[in-house]
Write a protein that binds this ligand. Structure first.
Ligand code: ZN
Length: 217
């Protein structure tokens, strides 16, 4: 630990990225209790299919994972993203070895991004990309402010709600690319599928998806 890190640890004692417990040993960002009980501790996670696209699900959206993602979303703890990104990156690499050449993410609307100051999916994508020594590329843009998917009841309504909500403003960024498309939480998958479809329509060669956490199907 450098002197700078030691001072930072005094000022901001390290907390578990998942449950928020204070940690004495700033090891890998999570407390022993969370480490021993994380769903999918093997690192490979689970493979699902969303709208015909394969999606790596790093962790199950429950208990301390839900708590950690909630903190990432609604409080100002972007440093958690670094810890979470390791799980996301590991699951993606194990499910899709050599299967992508560009990392991108599901965008939030400019207004929501402005209100919160950052976009949690972008943050996760940037931290995951860093682990591979590359940068996440913003390719998609949200052009329509649909209702939050959590307020829409049926899956047909959810699909309609995200239809035409996303676009690729610069198709040259998508053409011929093999994308890894990242989001934080997978619920029905209709947002992820709409974004993946949008990348393909813009000329992408392929799209595989990855999320930090997947809700019960
Ligand atoms: Zn914990």
């Amino acid at each position: 630990m450098s002197a700078g890190e030691a001072i930072l640890n005094l000022l901001f004692p390290p907390k578990c990225a998942f449950c928020g417990a204070l940690m004495e040993e700033p090891a890998d960002g999570l407390c022993p209790a969370c480490r021993s009980s994380l769903p999918y501790p093997s690192g490979k996670g689970e493979l699902r299919t969303v709208g015909g696209f394969p999606c790596a699900v790093a962790l199950r959206y429950e208990a301390m994972v839900r708590q950690g993602v909630h903190a990432l979303k609604f409080h100002d703890h972007p440093q958690r993203a670094r810890v979470f990104a390791r799980y996301l990156a590991q699951a993606s690499a194990e499910q899709f070895p050599g299967g992508f050449d560009t990392v991108t993410f599901v965008p939030v609307s400019l207004w929501r991004n402005y209100r919160r100051g950052y976009d949690q999916a972008q943050l996760l994508a940037e931290e995951a990309a860093k682990l591979w020594g590359v940068s996440a590329v913003p390719v998609l843009r949200k052009i329509r402010n649909n209702r939050p998917q959590s307020t829409v009841k049926t899956s047909a309504e959810r699909r309609a709600n995200v239809l035409d909500a996303y676009t690729v403003p610069h198709p040259e960024l998508a053409k011929g690319r093999r994308f890894l498309l990242i989001d934080d939480v997978l619920t029905t998958g209709s947002t992820m599928a709409a974004c993946a479809r949008c990348l393909m329509d813009a000329g992408a060669e392929s799209v595989v998806c990855a999320v930090l956490a997947g809700a019960e199907k």
